[in-house]
Design a protein around this ligand. Structure first.
Ligand SMILES: [Zn+2]
Length: 287
């Protein structure tokens, strides 16, 4: 069934997950496995290609072409050559002593004089204010991606402060380019989403092939809703969507047939069987 899925994550999650793994007392082999799994998940989060394809590939299946439903298909992700920004971000980590988090580092780069900046005299650093061309949100995106791509590491000792990973060296020496995904502007994204939802409302999706099927589906759902209301329970307590869909596909003509559908136990059959059979019969007659 068409459904909406939300994936929300940020740098804080990456840092705390890495810390949890590194700081735990699992054997090294186990930690290595956990790190690989986390990296795979982060790779999925930061991916710029069709997410449906990625998920199916994980389960050994193929999706023919792009799904045109996931965020990456609906709003193709732009990537940008972030080599210079990455160099600034990394050298700011280095100049501040490799023990601060992305928030403070962003303040230093954008030249914001905070209490903390003054306390550590960071307004004197060569990296202070060199990153004014990017907004704090953009720097936060840069830092998140530098961590997920393994150029920066969270230091458990320094409460999640960021430190340079070995992989950062070639970038700092100008031997390696860094390309990052350009995160959509939150305001623009919200507007696009609203527009898309409005379009969807105008033209509701038909989940089923024939109009008759669609009508029966709606009738089955209406019956379920009214029974649920009568009994003051959520609809899924009457029948799960999967059971209802099975009823739609099989169109049982008798209690016996209905009872063979998974999710229809003896007591549900006795309580609701006749009513649902009537819905199917009525739909058939209308057809
Ligand atoms: Zn897709």
């Amino acid at each position: 069934m068409p459904a909406n899925a939300w994936l929300a994550y940020g740098l804080g999650d990456v840092v705390s997950m890495r810390q949890m793994i590194d700081g735990g007392d699992a054997p090294e082999e186990r930690k290595r496995l956990e790190r690989q799994k986390l990296d795979a998940l982060l790779g999925y989060c930061e991916s710029t290609t069709c997410r449906h394809q990625t998920v199916l590939r994980y389960f050994g299946e193929e999706h023919p072409g792009n799904c045109n439903e996931c965020d990456n298909c609906l709003e193709p992700v732009d990537t940008w050559n972030a080599t210079q920004a990455a160099q600034m971000a990394l050298s700011c980590v280095y100049r501040t002593g490799q023990r601060f988090g992305a928030g403070h580092l962003t303040d230093v780069l954008t030249g914001k004089t905070t209490e903390r900046v003054e306390k550590f005299n960071h307004q004197q650093l060569s990296t202070f204010g060199i990153g004014k061309e990017l907004s704090p949100a953009q720097w936060s995106s840069v830092y998140r991606q530098l961590v997920t791509s393994g150029l920066l590491e969270a230091d458990i000792e320094a409460y999640g402060g960021l430190k340079l990973a070995a992989a950062a060296r070639p970038v700092l020496r100008g031997e390696q380019e860094v390309w990052l995904r350009r995160d959509a502007d939150p305001a623009k994204r919200k507007a696009q989403r609203a527009e898309r939802n409005a379009q969807r409302k105008e033209k509701p999706r038909e989940p089923f092939a024939g109009a008759g099927e669609d009508r029966l589906w709606l009738a089955l759902k209406a019956k379920r809703t009214s029974l649920a209301r009568e009994q003051g329970v959520p609809p899924y307590v009457i029948f799960h969507d999967s059971t209802l869909l099975e009823i739609l596909n099989q169109r049982p003509a008798s209690l016996d047939e209905l009872g063979r559908i998974s999710g229809v136990g003896q007591s549900k059959l006795a309580r609701y069987g006749d009513e649902f059979l009537k819905v199917i019969e009525d739909a058939a007659n209308q057809h």
